[in-house]
Design a protein around this ligand. Structure first.
Ligand SMILES: NC(=O)c1ccc[n+]([C@@H]2O[C@H](COP(=O)([O-])OP(=O)(O)OC[C@H]3O[C@@H](n4cnc5c(N)ncnc54)[C@H](OP(=O)(O)O)[C@@H]3O)[C@@H](O)[C@H]2O)c1
Length: 184
């Protein structure tokens, strides 16, 4: 069994968007129960992975080790603005090399977006946690994965060998749920 578990996290609108038409995650997609779920999960993660425009903005964020994808470095480099972060260009260094340089050999890696970063790990997730806000629509927004909206996020995950578990209600007033999509 590999020592690192890879888990993905996103909240999407009913039409599969993770941000609005200005590529900003709007307040409409922010819910207390989902935020709590996400915060607790990241508190347990050994490493966070995201692109340069994504961040989780939580009180514990400065304590977390992270890889930030960018084409601004050749391979791997310290982030001058955050001693816990490494800048990573996958064209120059493998994920394994990035984890090793970050000093992470076991535990959970939390992949938190954006879409190109989610896509990169599509065949590697042990679990993808898909939160859904069924009453929010973001026309012209930023699709959560490549291939959306021609296909739904659920169809994309299924197409990569993931199967849905039972949905958990996070915010009953707004019908927001999270569904774990797991590989057998
Ligand atoms: N609803 C949610 O759960 C959720 C989750 C994640 C993000 N979001 C939202 O989505 C929006 C961000 O989307 P985004 O697509 O712009 O964000 P992003 O993936 O965070 O950032 C894109 C940047 O990451 C770097 N990058 C991405 N793929 C790379 C690759 N293969 N190799 C090297 N560098 C790579 C590039 O940085 P350089 O330009 O430095 O090269 C690129 O400009 C934000 O509004 C965020 O809040 C929402």
């Amino acid at each position: 069994m590999p020592a690192l578990r890879i888990e993905g996290y996103v909240i999407v609108s009913a039409d599969g968007m993770l941000a609005d038409a200005q590529n900003v995650m709007p307040d409409e997609l922010k819910f207390e129960g989902d935020k709590r779920f996400f915060t607790d999960a990241l508190d347990r993660a050994a490493l966070i992975v995201h692109g340069g425009h994504s961040f989780e903005d939580q009180p514990n964020s400065p304590k977390r080790k992270r890889l930030i994808l960018t084409r601004g470095v050749a391979a791997l480099a310290p982030d001058p603005s955050n001693p816990k972060a490494l800048l990573w260009n996958p064209a120059g260094a493998s994920f394994d090399a990035a984890c090793e340089r970050a000093g992470v050999a076991s535990g959970t890696v939390a992949v938190i977006g954006g879409p190109a970063v989610f896509d990169m790990f599509m065949d590697r997730y042990d679990t993808f946690w898909l939160s859904l806000a069924p009453r929010v629509r973001l026309p012209g927004g930023e699709p959560c994965f490549g291939g959306v909206p021609a296909r739904t996020p659920q169809q994309i995950l299924a197409g990569h060998g993931l199967k849905p578990g039972e949905a958990v209600m996070l915010d009953p007033d707004d019908g927001v749920t999270v569904t774990p999509w797991r590989r057998d």
